[in-house]
Write a protein that binds this ligand. Structure first.
Ligand SMILES: O=C(CO)COP(=O)(O)O
Length: 264
């Protein structure tokens, strides 16, 4: 099932701006029960959720009190540690909330908030400083795809994001073509593999073969229970970053348990 034994598959749910903290508690509890009832092996396929900032304390309390085998993280982090940055959230605060991961450079931040490659790189550095695993998102728009082909923009974005990373850090990369997000039109597994392989090449160049071999590269963009298994068969795709389908417990569980409903 796991093509590369050095990389535990990761299925991550990016809730975006959905579910308040009360809804989050009910949701995470039900998700954990659903997966446990199904006999899910959390060591074989890791599961992580990315709630809004205002939910994180509640999710942390629940996960810790009930010892739930779920990882969680935030959807963004400030490049700064503290100070006059109204509305921003420090990586130090996220670490205090026992976040393991933080999403950085999601296309909705890059496009709606004009986040630059330089800001993404500074946030990656900040996350690592606070012992958070950055889940770095890269991906091309439909226009980029038409002009530059599939890999050029994601490759350049990843190179830029890693500019300040020098040590053998634990990072996760997510390839999310902008045109596939929320469109119902996922990339083909072959397209995802082609870009994931190019991104692994960047990891080899910048962080070395050993780190590149250990680093998980996820695909994101209209992932559903019906298409996940085909992505997971690709050698350079190590999981998924799921948006809309991560808000539906049976559907998200079914994505997590991709190897059960189709032989992978
Ligand atoms: O942006 C995404 C996850 O970060 C993907 O969203 P959808 O799964 O809704 O297409």
């Amino acid at each position: 099932m796991n093509i590369n034994p050095r990389r535990t598959p990761l299925i991550a749910g990016n809730w975006k701006m959905n579910l308040d903290h009360l809804q989050a508690i009910a949701f995470v509890q039900k998700l954990a029960w659903n997966l446990k009832d199904a006999g899910h092996d959390f060591a074989a396929v890791e599961v992580a959720v990315f709630p809004p900032f205002t939910d994180l304390r509640s999710v942390q309390t629940l996960v810790s009190a009930d010892k739930l085998p779920l990882a969680f993280g935030a959807q963004d982090v400030s490049a700064h540690d503290s100070g006059a940055y109204t509305g921003e959230i420090s990586g130090a605060f996220l670490a205090q909330l026992e976040c393991q991961y933080v999403i950085i450079g999601h296309s909705e931040r890059r496009i709606l908030h004009n986040e630059t490659d330089e800001q993404v790189a500074a946030k990656v550095t900040a996350a690592l400083k606070h012992n958070l695993v950055p889940l770095i998102c890269v991906g091309e728009s439909a226009e980029d795809l038409a002009v530059h082909g599939p890999s050029a923009v994601p490759v350049a974005q990843l190179r830029a994001a890693l500019a300040g990373v020098t040590n053998a850090a634990d990072i996760v990369v997510a390839y999310e073509p902008v045109w596939a997000i929320g469109s119902g039109q996922a990339a083909t597994p072959e397209q995802a593999e082609q870009v994931a392989a190019a991104l692994r090449g960047v990891l080899v160049d910048t962080l070395g073969q050993d780190v590149a071999d250990k680093t998980r590269i996820l695909y994101g963009g209209s992932v559903k229970s019906g298409n996940i298994a085909a992505f997971m068969r690709e050698p350079n795709v190590d999981g998924a970053l799921v948006g809309g389908a991560s808000l539906d417990i049976p559907e998200f569980s079914s994505i997590v348990r991709y190897h059960k409903h189709v032989g992978v």
